[in-house]
Design a protein around this ligand. Structure first.
Ligand code: ATP
Ligand code: MG
Length: 230
């Protein structure tokens, strides 16, 4: 249970800050955050709109360079890598469910789910099998040929989850995965995430919903770009 050296944490957030410049003004979106996440955790991130949650998640996902500080992922300094190395690291380690799904509207459900495998050089037949297998897991195997706008919000969310997990990444980052859903559908999505966590995936989930956070093993509250750990 206890860890002896710092380097045993899966993700270490070391004094990160992020300042956005917009016109003449600066937004201090993240200020001196310092914490860690261990393998197998289910971490909920809460906080008001504009507090810096999405910024934090995108920095953790290797998608947004912090202005200061370091992110260590399995002891690798994420932003000290070349952008090519970082892209490889992302594709191997991290699945992301974005705040607004970001499904590609002109691709079918199946094609959307196959996207992360396109760059891996995996054989087409294997890609098809893996995509169908995750679609089955999220209960959408019979809607593989639909376009995203022919699905309900909850179904689109499940496609976004399927796409994020198709490469079986050890870390899943989710930004408001239940934000636009009714409570029953939100519960189904939460059960799915809980199941993935029980199967070993480390999950970091941004949410406004305290009920959703009850599934998390730990909650981090973000306020004005700083965080409080519970
Ligand atoms: N690309 C950007 N350029 C300038 N400012 C930005 C940019 N992205 C975010 N911000 C600002 O940084 C702050 C944090 O934004 P962020 O998106 O991280 O908040 P959030 O906690 O995810 O909010 P929400 O709950 O509404 O999604 C906000 O003040 C926002 O306006
Ligand atoms: Mg956000």
């Amino acid at each position: 249970m206890t860890t002896t050296t710092e380097n045993m944490h899966l993700i270490e957030i070391q004094d990160i800050s992020k300042t956005y410049k917009s016109g003449d003004s600066e937004v201090h979106a993240i200020q001196h955050m310092d914490f860690y996440i261990d393998d197998g955790e289910f971490v909920g991130i809460m906080g008001q709109s504009g507090s810096g949650k999405s910024t934090l998640l995108s920095i953790l996902g290797g998608l947004n360079h912090p202005s200061n500080g370091k992110i260590l992922l399995d002891t690798l300094d994420v932003y000290n890598l070349t952008s090519e190395q970082r892209a490889d690291l992302r594709s191997e380690y991290i699945g992301v469910i974005f705040q607004s799904f970001q499904l590609i509207p002109y691709l079918t459900v199946l094609e959307n789910v196959k996207m992360p495998m396109a760059i891996t050089g995996m054989k087409a037949k294997k890609q098809h099998e893996m995509a169908m297998s995750v679609l089955k897991k999220v209960g959408l195997e019979n809607k593989a040929d639909r376009l995203p706008d022919q699905l309900s919000g909850g179904e689109q969310e499940r496609v976004a989850i399927a796409r994020a997990i198709v490469n079986n990444p050890p870390i899943l980052l989710a930004d408001e995965p239940t934000g636009s859903l009714d409570s029953k559908t939100a519960d189904e999505i939460m059960s799915l995430l809980k199941q993935l966590n029980e199967e070993g995936q480390t999950i970091i989930m941004v949410t406004h919903n305290p009920d959703a956070c009850s599934h998390a093993s730990r909650t981090i509250t973000v306020k004005d770009g700083t965080c409080m750990i519970h």
